[in-house]
Structure formats: C-alpha cells, structure tokens
Design a protein around this ligand. Structure first.
Ligand SMILES: NC(=O)C1=CN([C@@H]2O[C@H](COP(=O)(O)OP(=O)(O)OC[C@H]3O[C@@H](n4cnc5c(N)ncnc54)[C@H](O)[C@@H]3O)[C@@H](O)[C@H]2O)C=CC1
Ligand SMILES: O=C(O)C(=O)[C@H](O)COP(=O)(O)O
Length: 376
C-alpha cells in the first residue's frame, strides 16, 4: 500500500514500514497531485483535508490525524466518499497538562503568588482540561469548571462544580481547553471576545493552549495597549502560522502551538493511527509504544524535602523548561517561516511522568506528586 505522511510525525517508518511504501512531506504542502494512487494519508493539524485536497485521491481508503483536534478535517466529506477516518483523542493531553503546570509556576513567580491561595477556572473540561483540573487541585488551588456539555451530563455532581463562562471569567487564572466550533449550542469561535475581555480585571491571567480562534487576538491587543493590561500565556494564535506580532511583547509566555509537543504525546498520536489502520485492514500490530521511546535524560530524583512551590518549579523545569520555548519564540519572531520552523525543529521534550520522584512520605505526599504528573 502507498502511504503519505506529514514529515513532523515521529515513528511512521518504524510503525508502518512493514505494511506500506512511505512518502513524507511538509504538512502544509500536501497537494491533490501527491494523493494520486495513495491508499493511506496521515496528517497532523496543519493539513486541511477537504474536497479540494482529495480531488485526485482515486485510491484513498484511510485518513488519520495524529492529533486531538479534528477541525482541519472535513469528516462529512470522508464519510460521503467512504474513506475511513481516525484521530488520536487524548494523545497529548498529558503534555498539555505539563505545559499549563509549567506556565502556572512561571506566572506565580512573575506575580509573586502562592498558587494555593488562587482560583483557576478551566474552560472545556475534556481530556486536556481534566489534566489541568487535576494538577491545579494538587497545587491546592480552588478550581472552577466551565463546560456546558459536561455540566449537562453530570447531574449528580454538586451544583458548585460547574460554572458558566461569566463566572469562570472572574477567576484569578482562566485556562481554555475547548475545540474550535462555529455552530451548535455553545460555539467557541471568539468565546473570549471584545465584550468578555472588557469585563476582565488587570490582575487576571489567561492561558490559551487550545485553538487560536477561541480568543479575539485583535481585541486582546487593544486591551494590552490600554492602562489595564492582562497577564497572558499564549500557545495558539489566530490565523497560524501567522502571529499578531505587536501582541507578543505584551504576552508573558509566548509559544508556537507546542503545548502538546511531548515526545510521548506525538508518539501516542502516530501509534493510535497504527492501531486504527491495523483494525481497518485486519493487520496484526507487531510494535508497542514503549519499545519506541528512548530513555529520558532524567529518570529519578530522591527528595527529602517538602514539595513546596519553589521546589516543584525546579523539578518541573528539570523536565520541561517553558522559558526556553518562550525565548526561542521571541528570538525567531518575524523571521520568514519561523512558526513552522520552531515546530519542526522542536527539541525532544519528555513528560513529567518520565521522572520518578522518590519521596520521604513524612514530608511529601506521593498522591499529590502523582496528581501533579510525576511518576512516584
Ligand atoms: N496546543 C496544543 O498543542 C493542543 C491543542 N489542543 C486543542 O485543545 C482542544 C481540546 O482538547 P481535548 O480536551 O482533548 O478535547 P475534548 O473533546 O476531550 O474536550 C473538550 C471539552 O470542551 C467542551 N466544550 C465544548 N464547547 C465548549 C464551550 N463553549 N464552553 C466550554 N466547554 C466547551 C466539551 O464539552 C469537552 O468536554 C482540541 O480540540 C484541540 O483543538 C489539543 C491538544 C494539543
Ligand atoms: O492535538 C492537537 O489537536 C494539536 O493541536 C496538536 O498537538 C498540534 O500539533 P500539530 O498537529 O500541529 O503538529
């Protein structure tokens, strides 16, 4: 079988090499001509898979995206054409949790905050949002959850568990984890629009690690240029790979859509498609995910101290230093193609769970360390 894959997808050769002749190319450059005689197309979030792209795909029978978000795929069209489809729900949720934890710890230093005295609202409490809820609770924060769909399906939960967006937007920190939707009961396009931005207080912190179009970037820039700017952490931008350049100096942490870019997260994405294709074609998978991943740089730390905020920040920084991503972004900003280049050349990043903490149970709580994302 002939397989075409985004070149930024790790382990394609290792996993699909026994089954297919593989060609790779930049995800933004996939063309209709390249899909002639291709049986399997594997993409990430930057390839728009639609009628125009598939115009010449005479043999295509499987499309897989190694991502959580599926907004770049016209799934109705695939169904119409009888092309099987798979995505990778949850594949990089842990990486997003790590990213937000790292960001929270940087915000805390910047604002001289004890996070345990602060409230975090999570907007969208699915796979990634739940990771953030878990970590924030482990930090001792008060957590507000905003998810009208989840609120409906959890009638047994206490009425204070879920709040509406208006109330969520009163929290000290608000972290967004929704898919981008333009219709339905609760569309998320510009969920944080001009009116919502106007209501926010300058002490508040906002984090976007879902999709850029969930925030009105121009309205945010206007707010940042006022006398009452907000504290912003931005991983995803409206109209990527373009970035509203004047906004960047007014952002505390700016990164190029890499919240989910742990090696484990990317590998899980490719692996989910490997399993889906095996099922479709009735092939026997011969590889395991664990075999593929190299040993991490740091595997074990013994601690005799209490896991307080400064120590936690050092431990997180040992595995994932978000400042490096922010510095690389600012250094490259404005260079042609910088956004995609940073993503393509992204250094190997491991999840916090790759580091085992050996704790003195008198001074530290293993359950807390685990909820923060470490192996215990
Ligand atoms: N920055 C990055 O690297 C990454 C970004 N993402 C983005 O994050 C999004 C969320 O990912 P998951 O948590 O895995 O998806 P998910 O589908 O597990 O959860 C999304 C949640 O948002 C809720 N939701 C939908 N509309 C809402 C609204 N108007 N208000 C509040 N909640 C709403 C849904 O009910 C659902 O519980 C993905 O769709 C993707 O676009 C995902 C992974 C990595
Ligand atoms: O999983 C998702 O959804 C994401 O946003 C991806 O992590 C983004 O990575 P790329 O697919 O753009 O490489």
């Amino acid at each position: 079988m002939k397989l075409l894959a985004d070149e930024n997808m790790p382990y394609v050769q290792e996993l699909f090499g026994d089954w297919a002749d593989i060609t790779t190319c930049p995800g933004r450059d996939v063309s209709p001509e390249q899909l002639i005689d291709v049986d399997v197309l594997l993409v990430r979030s930057i390839t728009q898979v639609n009628k125009a792209l598939l115009a010449k795909a005479n043999r295509l029978r499987f499309v897989g995206t190694a991502t959580i978000g599926c907004d770049h795929i016209d799934t109705e069209f695939l169904t119409e054409r009888g092309i099987a489809f798979a995505s990778a729900p949850g594949c990089n949720k842990v990486a997003v949790g790590d990213y937000v934890l790292a960001a929270l710890l940087k915000v805390a230093v910047h604002k001289n905050w004890q996070l345990k005295h602060k409230t975090l609202a999570v907007v969208g409490v699915g796979n990634t949002g739940s990771q953030v809820v878990q970590r924030a609770r482990a930090l001792g924060m008060k957590v507000l959850q905003c998810d009208p769909f989840k609120a409906l399906s959890c009638p047994q939960s206490s009425p204070t568990d879920f709040v509406d967006l208006k109330q969520a937007l009163t929290a000290d920190i608000v972290s967004f984890h929704v898919p981008i939707t333009r219709g339905g009961a609760h569309p998320t396009w510009h969920l944080l629009g001009k009116a919502e931005i106007a209501e926010l207080k300058s002490e508040q912190v906002l984090i976007n690690a879902c999709r850029g179009e969930v925030w009105d970037n121009a309205a945010l820039l206007a707010r940042q240029l006022s006398n009452t700017p907000l504290t912003l952490v931005i991983d995803v931008w409206e109209d990527e790979p373009n970035v509203l350049v004047p906004l960047v100096p007014h952002v505390l942490l700016a990164t190029p859509h890499i919240a989910g870019y742990s090696l484990e997260g990317k590998a899980r994405g490719t692996f989910a498609l490997y399993q889906a294709l095996a099922e479709l074609e009735q092939l026997t998978p011969a590889h395991s995910l664990a075999q593929l991943l190299p040993a991490p740089a740091f595997t074990r730390v013994e601690l005799a101290a209490c896991l307080d905020q400064p120590l936690l920040a050092r431990l997180v920084g040992l595995v994932y230093d978000i400042n490096l991503d922010d510095a690389a972004f600012r250094a490259a900003l404005g260079q042609p193609g910088f956004f995609d280049r940073l993503r393509k050349q992204y250094p190997e990043r491991r999840e916090l769970a790759s580091l085992q903490l050996v704790l003195d149970t008198i001074t530290a709580d293993p359950a807390q360390a685990q909820a923060l994302g470490f192996k215990v």
